[in-house]
Design a protein around this ligand. Structure first.
Ligand SMILES: NC(=O)c1ccc[n+]([C@@H]2O[C@H](COP(=O)([O-])OP(=O)(O)OC[C@H]3O[C@@H](n4cnc5c(N)ncnc54)[C@H](OP(=O)(O)O)[C@@H]3O)[C@@H](O)[C@H]2O)c1
Length: 266
């Protein structure tokens, strides 16, 4: 293990692009944490995110940002990821379970395949579940830093409670991830680690790029009270608020970052 630094460390999964990159950039702008940017395969995007974070840190801030490849659905990769954070930084203060995938094909629930179900559960639920287990153990081994909260944040979706019958596998995985937040919140409170869930609405990223026209039309028809596409920075600012320690007496909390999508209106 290297010397324990006096700055906190945040690991963000799936941070090369989209929402994860937005989270990394907001944390970099905050300037409090060293950052570990995980990605699955797009090294170019990860390096771009690294460069943008360095710029956001600004001069005068002696912070590190590292990129690391790892498929969170694979046990060996999860071990390597946490091992790397421990050997390079000696501690972990914030885990953001952001990495996630949509089904390759939006198939009716009566037709959708087991292969797609297994893939979605592997990346969107099993991966963060066991990564959180390992990350929590590392957090518990890390000497707490004064004024720095220790926390886990998982990015679920409005799909955790909204039935989309052409991507049941995605909805089921996100609903499971919502329960995972409650479980780890209950378990880790006594360890001084708070656990939160963010439910984004429709956010402009590569994931929604394929269905942009559909959502453009829904927004035009008044889909959400705050009637615009969500941006990765909208989610990033919520994570930054957690990283700042603004919710010390809240755990298991769900943050709806959805422009008010969840409101029932009459
Ligand atoms: N966009 C939305 O409207 C929306 C709404 C609600 C919730 N969400 C959730 O927000 C999260 C991010 O979504 P996004 O829209 O930003 O997606 P995105 O633009 O497709 O980016 C996905 C990110 O996850 C990484 N990734 C994919 N599979 C991975 C794996 N097995 N292991 C590690 N990293 C992996 C990708 O890495 P590479 O670049 O290397 O491929 C990339 O950084 C997901 O959990 C998604 O379900 C999105």
């Amino acid at each position: 293990m290297v010397d324990v630094p006096d700055s906190p460390v945040a690991l963000i999964t799936g941070a090369s692009r989209g929402i994860g990159r937005g989270i990394a950039l907001e944390l970099a702008a905050l300037g409090t944490h060293d950052l570990v940017v995980n990605y699955a395969g797009n090294e170019t995007a990860a390096r771009e995110c690294q460069a943008m974070c360095r710029e956001a840190f600004g001069s005068g801030k002696d912070r590190r940002v590292e990129i690391i490849q790892g498929d969170i659905s694979k046990a060996d990769d999860r071990e390597r990821l946490i091992g790397h954070v421990e050997s390079e930084f000696g501690r972990l203060d914030l885990l953001v379970n952001n990495a996630g995938i949509a089904p390759d094909v939006r198939a009716d629930i009566l037709e959708a395949t087991e292969a797609s179900f297994d893939r979605l559960i592997g990346v969107n639920l099993k991966g963060p579940y066991f990564l959180t287990q390992r990350a929590a153990r590392l957090m518990m081994r890390s000497t707490p830093l004064e004024k720095t909260p220790r926390a886990v944040v998982s990015v679920t979706s409005i799909s955790a409670f909204t039935a989309s019958i052409n991507r049941g596998d995605y909805c089921v995985a996100k609903a499971g991830l919502a329960m995972m937040t409650k479980l780890f919140a209950a378990r880790l409170a006594s360890e001084g680690i708070n656990v939160y869930e963010i439910q984004p609405g429709v956010i402009a990223t590569d994931m929604t790029g394929a269905v942009k026209e559909k959502y453009d039309k829904l927004f035009a028809d008044g889909l959400t009270p705050i009637n615009r596409w969500g941006q990765p920075s909208d989610v990033g600012k919520t994570v930054a608020a957690v990283a700042m320690g603004h919710f010390p007496y809240s755990t298991g909390q769900v943050f709806e970052v959805d422009g008010g999508f969840h409101l029932h209106r009459l």
